[in-house]
Design a protein around this ligand. Structure first.
Ligand SMILES: Nc1ncnc2c1ncn2[C@@H]1O[C@H](COP(=O)(O)OP(=O)(O)OP(=O)(O)O)[C@@H](O)[C@H]1O
Length: 255
């Protein structure tokens, strides 16, 4: 895996006559954890897909490393994790993780990359279970392992923990922070949750609506590793309060 960053300039996106994103610039440094935080409908998912080269913007340019984003997609450098894990019900956790690798011609009878990915998400013990035998959090761990097993340079995550209960979500956030530290991947993460954004990110991009744009960029300067007890600290609350103010104050001109 080569670690790559993303640079997007002058991004605009319209669906028919509806302008969803307007004049948006964003940089995601290689190996960083960057969050897109904003209200429903501000264009987070659309921007995530554009940054990953999955969707072509109406105007503007996205570079991944030194190449246009679509080349990174063709080279399978992009991993995607969505809110719903979408596992194949008749395949075990291990088989679900192995699936994309076999489609890409990388699969072997005993594939170490699959076992390593399951290990990384803490599911080695459940590799032979079927999706109906997994909790929601475990199923989402499988979908993260499925993306990791392809060893993408960039992981795009679209509200991956949005459907989970608060306790499971905290534990998934800790797991994701340790996966990121262990793999050094570039991660772009979409969330509605201020707490999740502060806990995970190097940088939080706060988005405003109508049209979608970035209204603030906040660097989260909290030491790592970050553990769940951080959630009770004054430092954490300070960042959360500042972000909340950005989200409720009438939005100003884009930055
Ligand atoms: N393929 C599409 N065709 C038409 N409109 C679309 C399409 N995809 C997204 N939109 C519109 O673009 C806007 C932004 O959608 P998007 O899903 O990117 O927002 P979001 O911030 O991720 O929302 P949420 O947090 O609710 O998932 C919405 O108004 C949505 O209806």
């Amino acid at each position: 895996m080569t670690v790559s960053g993303i640079s997007a300039r002058g991004i605009g996106m319209a669906f028919g006559s509806t302008v969803v994103l307007d004049q948006l610039d964003i940089d995601v440094p290689a190996g960083s954890f960057v969050t897109l935080l904003g209200p429903s409908g501000c264009g987070k998912s659309t921007l995530l897909k554009i940054l990953g080269g999955i969707l072509t913007p109406t105007v503007g340019e996205v570079m991944i490393g030194d190449a246009p984003a679509r080349q990174a997609v063709a080279a399978k450098q992009i991993g995607l994790v969505l809110q719903r894990p979408a596992l194949v019900p008749w395949k075990t956790a291990r088989e679900n993780v192995a699936m994309l690798r076999s489609i890409a011609g990388k699969g072997k009878a005993r594939d170490q990359a699959v076992d390593d990915a399951l290990d990384l998400v803490g599911l080695a013990h459940a590799a032979d279970r079927y999706p109906h035998q997994l909790s929601g959090g475990m199923a989402q761990r499988v979908s993260i392992a499925r993306a990791l097993a392809m060893d993408p340079a960039i992981l795009l995550m679209d509200e991956p923990f949005g459907a989970l209960d608060a306790i499971t979500r905290d534990s998934m956030n800790e797991t994701l922070a340790s996966i990121w530290a262990a793999t050094g991947k570039t991660i772009v993460f979409v969330t509605h949750s201020i707490g999740e954004a502060v806990f995970l990110s190097d940088t939080v991009n706060v988005m405003g609506v109508n049209p979608g744009r970035i209204i603030d960029r906040m660097t989260i300067d909290i030491d790592r590793p970050r553990r769940a007890d951080l959630l009770d600290s004054a430092e954490f609350t300070g960042y959360s309060t500042r972000l909340r103010e950005q989200l409720v104050v009438p939005q100003q001109a884009g930055v």
